[in-house]
Design a protein. Sequence first.
Lengths: 368, 317, 333
Amino acid sequence: MAEKIKSTSVELPIGGETKEIIDERIKKQAPVPKELEKQILKVDHLKMYFPVTKGLLARQVAAVKAVDDVSFSIKRGETLGIVGESGSGKSTVGNCIVRNYNITDGQIFYNNQDLSKLGKGEMRKLRKEVQMITQDPYASLDPRMTISDIILEGPRIHKTVRGKEEERELVGQMLELVGLNRSFKDRHPHEFSGGQRQRISIVRGLALNPAFIVCDEVVSALDVSIQAQIVGLLMHIQEELDITYIFIGHDLSVVRHISHNVAVMYLGKIMELTSSDALYKTPLHPYTQALISAAPIPNPTVDRGRERILLKGEIPSPINPPQGCNFCTRCKYADEQCMQEEPEFLDVGGGHFVACHKVPGTNMKGGH
Amino acid sequence: MGKYVTKRILLLVPTLLIVCIIVFALMRMIPGSAVDMIVYRLGQAGQQVSAADVEAKLGMDKPAIWQFFTWFIGIFRGDFGTSLFQNESVLSMIGRQLMATLELVILTLILTNVISIPLGLYCAARQDSISDYTIRSISIVLMALPVFWIATLVLIYPALWWQYAPPATYVSFFTDPIQNLKMFFVPSLLGALSQTGHQLRTVRTVTLETLRQDYIRTAWSKGIGEGRIMLRYAFRNAMIPVITVIGGSIPGLIGGSVILENMFNIPGIGAQLVNSLDNRDYPVVQGCVLIFAIIVMVVNLIVDISYKWIDPRVELE
Amino acid sequence: MEELLEVRHLKTYFYNNGAELRAADDLSYTVKKGECVAIIGESGSGKSVSALSILRLIPFPPGLIMGGEILFQGKDLLKLSDKEIQGIRGSKIGMIFQEPGTALNPVMTIGAQIMEPLIIHKNLGKKEAWAEAVELLRRVDIPNPEERVRQYPHQFSGGMQQRAMIAMAMSCNPELLIADEPTTALDVTVQAQVLEQLNRLRAESDTALIIITHNLGIVARYADSVKIMYGGKIVESGSPVDIFENPHHPYTLGLIRAVPRLDLSKDYGLHTIEGEPPDMSKISPDSCAFAKRCTYAIERCQNERPPLEETRPGHFCACFQKNETKAEREALV
């Protein structure tokens, strides 16, 4: 018997049997030490620099400071949204957390374990728990594999399923969870649309029963109505399976909707980090304000009454960021101090972090 | 740019060294004692020498490494050695014959491109039309027929029917251009035909790919006519990969000139090389192969530099 | 006042492996002088095709304009000769495209590309055209235009490339500018800059603008008139207030409710439209293309194609059930 489970955003019917499996999964997830039980991820002064080399001998002449001293923490079961434009480093942060790169500096604590100190075996175990889903539904699925094989790839490697019977059950449940027909398991990726392929990507990430998923621009390439489906699905899965997300995107409206907290990145640094409601109600950083103003609201009466903030200039190169505040070249409030000194990333009250000399100041306007 | 060129020329030296080692080693590995062959041939030519004499002259009594280095160092002094059979320095022999081969190659290149590029562009512009199919079929036929066979037909039938044959004595271009061209025209044309088949299809494919790009649509949207679009948009972009193909075909042309040189009695390097191999005339063979290698490297350099000229996105380090 | 552009019953079909795709299926709309018309649709709605058809830029094969009229200043563009339509392109009607990085010729300087329409259509000499190109770059706020004009597209950033394209399209002061997803490939703040520029330029020269997009926000901000396309047809059309605050068509309603709102609290839930955008080759001409995904669909929707009818002055909707959507409509914020 199907029972409808209401979530804050969307209603999806879930079959009775699937709910049992969900409960089992929650039980199967890795245990967490009592203290700091809530904090599942902590990133401390993360730096990721990519060397730029020249010449036959590959001398390093410069570095692309993709991520430059980023710190944040996430509670279990919540979503941290990371929003930014090109060169902001948001995707790199995601890649660093799932250890696709060897980080240049800083520490990443997952469940209070320092990831950089883990050995190979422990890292492997961790990969079951921390998964990544990426943007391009067309490139990330191997066209020569069936859906079933794609979903089972991880479980087979980590040996979380044994035998054909278990495999079939897992694939069937996974497909149902994202609203796809069980019979799709023998088809190939090219037979599906972008939205369906993205669902398959999501399910591939879920197959290992992870506790933590990095979603890197997962809805950016999709149509509006399909975006809504996928966002709703992700939020629903989070509620049911208590999964923690990092949601990376460039569309502030979408990121804010799915996230509990939002970090705004610019040129490798976090400019502002706060709850998603506070971000819109009281944005403190000039860059955040510009981003908000640049995102048009789909209501003519509301939108045409808003203040327009237009930034001048272009985003500087991450190889050669400005000396002081990264944003000083485009900020209308920038002064001598901003050009010389890098602002600190400080808590200005209630967990609202900003990196700006002009906040809190009397001449800074919050809001819009 | 200057820095890049200097760097590339300097890089030629180690490459040259490796090529020389390979050439040297290969030559020495050819079966049949060279010395005996030389004694025999010289005897036939009327010169009586002993094996010891030959060995001394060749420096073959000395260790191989010594022989190699003397030769290698000599190159930089302009001394490629002396022919074992003719009392002439290798360099001057090659110099004489290089001219003829180069002329053949250059004329072949010009004709090939004059035919294949416009036709390739046309076929791409009129994709799947009857003319497109016809031209493509002809190019497949041209690729399938061996050039020496066509050359044989070309030599035999006109002689039979019209008592015509291209001139058989070589006259330098600078002495008498008309006569010179009369001799080179037919073999160049044949060489061109054998290359055109392949190159036309390449030009066509690359142009089709280029025509699918967004900027072609932008050009149409500005009201530019087809002719100008083909020339300024399609051609310039399509030529980037085509230049690579042309550059790659040159070594083949030089080596392949052997057949045509033989058939049309052109005193070029190809013919020379075959003769010298037969005679085991080491210095000449080494010299020829070395010149080939140098030409290939220089051609590569020119092609690389031309990329920058054609495609502004290219960064030469 | 005579309309600047009148599209009447446009039919543009694509043929693929024997299947007929009606990308534009009996499309009709008008554009007034100086007006900004936004055409919204998702993938497969046919919105790009409708714009490309105006300038007859539909590639054949596989596409073909099968019928209809496109009246520009009274003349039917579909009946013009090749030379005549070339005379219109780039001079009376300009167009800008989605990915400026690939839409510009990589081996020609920006200056040369901007000069082309000036030389071809306005018969300017090289020197004058060059000076004009520099001025045009200045107008679109590109710094150091004298230097920039000699550079190649890859030396420009994405936003600058798009502005250069705008300069190119506006060079001959066209009456109409068509922008096909002009900012989709750009960063958000750059998007805002470019759109403001575009809006300012066209207001200055009283150029009409057809903007094709899937971004509802852009439409709400800039459009004077909005057309919603689905499955090759216009399903609703009207002023921005009509569409956003009083939509009648179930698809429009669904679309508006599917977009997250930055200005509302997070409890304003995203409502999804079930199913996928239609497969163009499988749409029957005798039914409503949206019927399969529509929660209001009745039997009539499967058997008859709903005509575009005026519900209020200037507000048109193609739906048999348009009055049933009242409750949902009124629940909109």
